[in-house]
Structure formats: structure tokens, C-alpha cells
Design a protein around this ligand. Structure first.
Ligand code: IMP
Ligand code: MG
Length: 320
């Protein structure tokens, strides 16, 4: 059997959009669930029944009994990986389904040290050694998974049937498209899923995920609002990094940036999360054409967004 269909989930903002939640909702329809970028800098939180699951490198398919692949464009810290595997085993998931591409690169101790000592302060990185590991890969002096990961965990590089690819990070953290140097060190757009070894022609649906307000964990001069209203939204939305525990900065949804991300990434559907938080705060604001637009109700704000984003189906997703 060959690959029949590929769908991709990707973050259209600055990460933390709720990709994990969407992925967990649809993962059981697929034969494989794959990660195609990044490492344990990501944090995907979702619920299976009332079990809370937080993953950093393992795709969410693991919670639904699906082969869960960590692709060649990912970077893997062996220690973080095995502690995540142990936690998933404790939750009774079949961890034998987790496979790492032999071509994925290994995050070494020196990569983490460099990240902690230098880039955490200058760039607000997650301290997971991501940038230094990708740097060594580019210099062609890195260590690959095939050299040190036990054979049971190595992927045979086959995919078939219906494949779901889970993006990590997001459009504005992408090393090509984002606000460089305030970006991560990998490609986060849907095209990067082809690093798993299939043609772009296989991609069918591209599910974009964003929130009804923007947030940023880590350093970025674009996030310049820090007032009572944004603080309230951060508190109600529990905007704390799943990987770092750092508070996230809040800014009102930038519809210009969102439309740009959807267009460049080729989104076919948009999930908009966390409108319930704006309802609780009773604040409805966004930027359009670089101007702040204020609404009285969520319905007004929704109609405005719907008028501006006409070519893509929007799913208003207000459940946690
Ligand atoms: P790095 O990926 O650890 O090098 O961090 C680079 C930038 O991307 C920092 O601003 C991080 O806060 C941000 N970042 C990396 N991964 C994520 C994520 O999964 N969610 C949100 N921000 C992230
Ligand atoms: Mg996250």
C-alpha cells in the first residue's frame, strides 16, 4: 500500500494555538501521525477522556494507538525522549508505536549548555538545545538517530494510507517567514512535512490553528502590549508555556498577519480557539489594516473576521 492522503496541521501564529487539541480530535482517523520539525521545545497539551496528556516530541497519535513518527527534520534529546516515553507508558499507551527517523539529529549535552548559557538570554529560547543542534546539522558535524537510538525505536521510513502531519511551533516562528532572529531554527510551514519523504502533491487538507487573541512565549519586540486588559486575558486564558512554565505575552489578534500566514501556508481550513476567553473578559479587539478595531460583542468580532477571510472555512472552537 502507498500513501493515499496527507493532511497537515500547522500553527498560523506564534505557537501555543491549540494544535495538540485539534490533532487529538482527528488523529484516530489516520493510519500514521507524524512530527516534521523541531524537538522538545514544543508542548502539545490535550485530553483523552479525562486523562491530561502533555507531549513535547512524540506525536499525539500515540494516545490513539497510531504509529507515531518523529521525522528526519526533527531533533531529539535522548534523555527527554525516554522520559516522555516512560510517562506515556505510565498512561497505558502502546509506546512500541513510537518511531524516530534514523536521519533525525540528536540534541547533545553541549547543545543544551550552549542554549542555556547564550541564547536563552538573548533570544528567549526554550533552553532545549534546538538552535545549536540544527547548527551542527547544517555544519554536517551532527550525530544522527541511527548512530545511537536502539533499533526498536528506529522508523523503517515507510508511510502508507492516510497520514496526518503535526506541525510544531508556527508561521511566525518559522526560520524563513518569521520575525528573524526571534524565531526557532526549523521550518514550521506545511511544505516542511515533505521532509518525511513524500511529494507535495500528496498534501490534501491544511488545517491552520490560531487563537482569537495572539500570544508569545519568549522574546519578540512585536509583543509590546502589557496593560490591565492583556493581563486579564493572559490570566483567564491560563497563558503559561507548557514547556517552559513562562508567562506568555498577549496582544490582540492581528488579522493582517493571520491572513498572510493562511495565504502563504496554503491553509484550507482555520480553527479559531479560545473565543470563550475574550467573552469572559468581555473585550473584543483586533488589528486590521494596522489599526485597532474594537467590537461590542463576540458576534460582531466573528462577523468581521468572516468578512475578511472569505476563502477558507472557519471553525470557531471555543471548548477547552
Ligand atoms: P527555541 O525553539 O527553543 O530555539 O526558541 C526560539 C523561540 O521560539 C523562542 O522565542 C521560544 O519561546 C519560541 N518557541 C519555540 N518553541 C515554541 C513552542 O512550541 N511554542 C511557543 N513558542 C515556542
Ligand atoms: Mg505549545
Amino acid at each position: 500500500m502507498s500513501i493515499e492522503n496527507v493532511d497537515v496541521i500547522f500553527g498560523a501564529s506564534w505557537g501555543d494555538e491549540g494544535k495538540g487539541k485539534i490533532s487529538a480530535r482527528i488523529a484516530s482517523q489516520y493510519d500514521y501521525v507524524c512530527r516534521f520539525n523541531g524537538g522538545s521545545n514544543a508542548g502539545h497539551t490535550f485530553y483523552v477522556g479525562n486523562k491530561k496528556v502533555v507531549t513535547h516530541i512524540v506525536p499525539s497519535g500515540i494516545a490513539f494507538g497510531k504509529p507515531s513518527i518523529i521525522g528526519p527534520n526533527c531533533v531529539v534529546c535522548v534523555e527527554d525522549f525516554f522520559s516522555e516515553v516512560a510517562e506515556l507508558a505510565r498512561l497505558n499507551f502502546d509506546v512500541k508505536l513510537i518511531k524516530i527517523s534514523p536521519k533525525a539529529h540528536i540534541v547533545q549535552k553541549k547543545h543544551k549548555e550552549q542554549d542555556i548559557n547564550t541564547y536563552a538570554a538573548t533570544l528567549g529560547t526554550t533552553s532545549k538545545g534546538i538552535g545549536p543542534c540544527y547548527a551542527d546539522r547544517a555544519l554536517r558535524v551532527g550525530t544522527r538517530a541511527c548512530e545511537i537510538i536502539p533499533a526498536d525505536y528506529l522508523w523503517d521510513e515507510k508511510l502508507e494510507g492516510n497520514v496526518l502531519c503535526e506541525g510544531a511551533q508556527s508561521f511566525w516562528l518559522d526560520i524563513n517567514q518569521g520575525n528573524y532572529p526571534y524565531v526557532t531554527s526549523s521550518e514550521c510551514l506545511p511544505y516542511a512535512s515533505c521532509s518525511l519523504g513524500f511529494s507535495p502533491k500528496k498534501i490534501n487538507q491544511i488545517f491552520a490553528v490560531a487563537k482569537m487573541y495572539d500570544t508569545r512565549s519568549g522574546t519578540d519586540p512585536y509583543f509590546d502590549l502589557d496593560d490591565e486588559e492583556t493581563k486579564l486575558v493572559a490570566k483567564l486564558g491560563n497563558e503559561v508555556g507548557a514547556t517552559t512554565g513562562r508567562p506568555r505575552q498577549v496582544k490582540w489578534l492581528n488579522l493582517d498577519k493571520l491572513a498572510h500566514a493562511l495565504d502563504k501556508a496554503g491553509a484550507t481550513m482555520l480553527y479559531l480557539n479560545k473565543g470563550d476567553i475574550l467573552e469572559q473578559a468581555n473585550i473584543f479587539k483586533l488589528y486590521f489594516n494596522s489599526e485597532l478595531v474594537v467590537f461590542k460583542t463576540m458576534d460582531e468580532m466573528k462577523s468581521f473576521i468572516q468578512e475578511k477571510i472569505t476563502d477558507i472555512q472557519i471553525v470557531w472552537d471555543f471548548q477547552p
